[in-house]
Design a protein around this ligand. Structure first.
Ligand code: SAH
Ligand code: SF4
Length: 348
């Protein structure tokens, strides 16, 4: 097993059969070794820095019906809200004063936000905060819209591919959503010039190790600038409400593998990981993650952006507690970095 890990460290790649062997049979000792390799690789490119992104959850309305997600349109129990331009700018102001230099606008696919409305919001943030990066995570749009957002000043886009296997994708989504469209969107984003993020949930219903290997292969081939990986967590008002949560240790293994497959990737220790495990944040960084996304949404809406049960939005997940986050990371020898934190392929 160590030979495989050494090979992955050295070559940044493994064959499918080797990846399968690694993620299926890794022992706790070997996993510690894998994490050490992943930390070393992150350090080669980004030092001991952990980059911050202020997460603004702009809307809990969604037209889609992903089976796993608490915001799905069919969830009649979901509490819905949307932020207007002035509320979003207020979040940016709070974040800027806290020292944050990346704002992530994430939300359900809410038809209220026409391109006109979004362009107004993006260009106003761009004008008000010329030194900040703007990341969008607003789902699938046509290439023309993505291009307009980019031209208005957005720099990065997060769109998890969710499942590279079309079989699995169709078990997690209704028929109108498919992996081909998802991948087209990702290709368009990259071509336009966005720093682009893909990713998937670990332990989603029906997901096998073989599916995960396909996801890893896709990530290696696509060479994203960012990758979002967190455990699947059930939401009681969804079709998957009774399903088991994804494993924390497998999530950590996969974070480390992704760090070694794409050494320069910006890799968050996700909110889902922190929700699944009290120490998720520290464990994620120890496995090669180098980004955290503290929540900047207005306090009164945070409980309404419930992708899954128990989603954390306080403590180290809250932008208001950056000092706690800083202390936590310092105890394991890491520095919170307040710069924009671009992927080094894009840094000038
Ligand atoms: N609507 C946008 C962005 C918001 S959802 C989109 O879908 O791209 C952001 C991410 O949350 C999704 O990509 C999904 O991977 C994750 N997510 C949704 N439901 C989840 C659950 N039950 N457990 C863990 N992650 C979940
Ligand atoms: Fe909507 Fe995104 Fe949730 Fe799917 S995962 S239902 S697109 S918010």
């Amino acid at each position: 097993m160590r030979k495989l890990i050494d090979k992955l460290y050295k070559d940044g790649d493994l064959r499918e059969s080797e990846l399968l062997d690694l993620i299926t049979n890794i022992t706790p000792d070997d996993r510690e070794y894998l994490f050490e390799c992943a930390r070393n690789k992150a350090r080669e490119h980004y030092g001991r820095n952990v980059y911050l992104r202020g997460l603004i959850e702009i809307s809990s309305y969604c037209k889609n019906d992903c089976y796993y997600c608490g915001l799905r349109a069919s969830n009649k129990c979901a509490k819905r809200y949307r932020l207007d331009k002035s509320q979003i700018l207020e979040c940016c102001k709070t974040g800027y004063e806290l020292g944050l230099r990346t704002f992530v606008l994430q939300g359900g696919e809410d038809m209220h936000y026409t391109d006109e409305i979004l362009l107004d919001i993006i260009s106003t943030i761009r004008k008000s905060y010329p030194d900040c990066a703007i990341t969008l995570s607003l789902g699938e749009k046509d290439a023309e819209s993505y291009q307009k957002y980019f031209d208005a000043g957005a720099n990065r886009y997060l769109l998890r591919h969710e499942a590279y296997s079309s079989d699995l994708y169709s078990k997690l989504h209704p028929k109108n959503l498919n992996i081909e469209t998802r991948l087209d969107c990702l290709k368009n984003l990259k071509q336009i010039g966005f720093q682009t993020g893909c990713g998937f949930m670990v332990g989603a219903p029906y997901q096998t190790y073989e599916h995960i290997v396909k996801d890893l292969r896709f990530i290696k081939d696509f060479q994203p600038e960012m990758v979002g990986i967190g455990p699947f967590l059930p939401h009681s008002d969804t079709p998957f409400g009774e399903e088991q949560a994804g494993s924390v240790s497998l999530t950590l293994t996969l974070l480390a593998v992704v760090r070694l497959l794409v050494p320069t990737v910006l890799l968050p220790a996700t909110t889902a990981l922190s929700t699944a495990s009290e120490d998720g944040l520290v464990l994620g960084v120890r496995a090669g993650a180098n980004v955290v996304m503290p929540n900047l949404s207005p306090l009164d809406v945070r409980k309404k952006y419930m992708l899954y049960d128990g989603k954390k939005s306080s403590g180290t997940e809250s932008a208001q507690a950056i000092d706690t986050l800083k202390e936590k990371l310092e105890t394991i020898g890491y520095e919170v970095n307040f710069s924009r934190g671009d992927n080094i392929k894009f840094a000038n």
